[in-house]
Design a protein around this ligand. Structure first.
Ligand code: GGG
Length: 357
């Protein structure tokens, strides 16, 4: 239900996050103006190397008070490995959001857009159109483990995968409900229960139990190794693909790569109950190799803004952005370099904003 007025926390983060976010905001403002939605943006500089350098931590102690009452959080990218190890920046920001705000769904669409050449042979728009649903709060991304006897011959490290019944069942329920709402009504589960012999058979067991509650949904499962091969060979087989935290992370980079570039892929870290704000961010990271050159593709950030509007109940405004993205991508000259065009980040962002209607 639309309330037409929203407070959004904006966190650009590191690297190209700082370059693509202004374009996302430009397009959000254009869509809001056209569709009578009022967006108020509060800007925050934490979750970045710059902040860490000054304060010795990724975020202030009261970060939850600062952004926890916003309607949504619009995020760029995190990571500046030349200065700070990736696991420190990720666990100090994004993973904190996901856990503390119980954003247990990571939702990532994979769609071949008109005019964008797929690296896969003979694929056209419509052939690739599915969702990756990634478990986002537990699984392989666990802090249970440790290191013993450091710097000796006896040194060892261990890290546990954590699967709880609540955690597994709630992500599966979300994925089955999504599959049920789609024309194909098909769900694929990513597993590796032949090799990972405790947690993955448990995951399979819970999938089977959940499937019984959704008799209208056809489902299948693949081990992650052949599933990745099938993403490349048969992307048209998929409709909704659900996976654990690690498998979902891998699949949701591979999927967009099959649609031309990871640069256009959006994502939502969603708390479906709405008890906490959800975070919307492009799938891509901070890309230090191209940061500062003004050539990053802003579409992933722009599309994430559309997902945010849809999540807030502003479906028409959200769709107007996705339609504008499609129209922009159809013009070679408006695409960025990664898609064979020659537009820079700003030109591409302005083109999308102009196309919003
Ligand atoms: N905008 C996405 C981003 O900054 N990703 C950095 C990253 O490494 N993410 C890992 C993850 O999503 O778990």
């Amino acid at each position: 239900m639309s309330k037409k007025q929203y407070r959004i926390a904006v966190i650009p983060g590191d690297g190209i996050g700082k370059e693509v976010m202004p374009e996302g905001l430009r397009v959000l403002e254009a869509a809001a103006k056209k569709h009578g939605v009022s967006l108020h943006f509060d800007h925050f500089d934490f979750s970045s190397w710059d902040y860490y350098e000054k304060h010795g931590q990724m975020m202030p102690d009261d970060w939850k008070e600062k952004i926890g009452k916003h309607d949504a959080i619009y995020f760029g990218a995190v990571g500046w490995p030349a200065k700070i190890p990736d696991h420190v920046s990720l666990w100090g920001s994004l993973i904190k959001f996901r856990r503390e705000f119980d954003q247990y769904v990571n939702l990532r669409p994979v769609r071949l857009m008109p005019g964008v050449p797929s690296p896969l042979a003979n694929r056209k728009p419509g052939d690739i159109d599915f969702w990756v649903v990634r478990e986002n709060t537990e699984g392989e991304y666990s802090s249970v483990g440790g290191r013993m006897f450091p710097d000796t011959d006896r040194e060892f490290v261990t890290q546990q995968t954590v699967m709880t019944r609540t955690g597994v069942d709630r992500i599966l329920k979300f994925a089955f409900e999504l599959a049920q709402s789609r024309p194909k009504k098909h769900l694929t589960s990513a597993t590796k229960s032949n090799g990972i012999s405790i947690t993955m058979p448990y995951w399979d067991e819970r999938v089977e139990a959940m499937a019984k509650k959704f008799p209208g949904v056809k489902w299948d499962k693949y081990h992650i190794d052949i599933l990745t091969a099938n993403f490349v060979l048969h992307p048209d087989w998929f409709d909704v693909v659900v996976g654990s935290n690690l498998f979902g992370d891998i699949l949701s980079d591979l999927g967009p790569a099959c649609t031309g570039t990871i640069g256009i892929a959006p994502s939502g870290n969603i708390n479906p109950e709405g008890d906490f704000p959800s975070v919307f961010e492009p799938v891509h990271g901070s890309a230090p190799d191209i940061a500062g050159q003004g050539i990053a593709n802003p579409i992933g950030a722009i599309w994430s803004g559309a997902m945010m509007l849809e999540h807030l109940g502003e479906k028409i405004a959200g769709k107007s952005i996705v339609d504008a993205i499609e129209r922009t991508l159809a013009e070679r000259t408006l695409r960025t370099k990664d898609l064979g065009g020659n537009a820079d980040t700003t030109a591409c962002g302005k083109a999308v904003a102009d196309m919003v209607d």
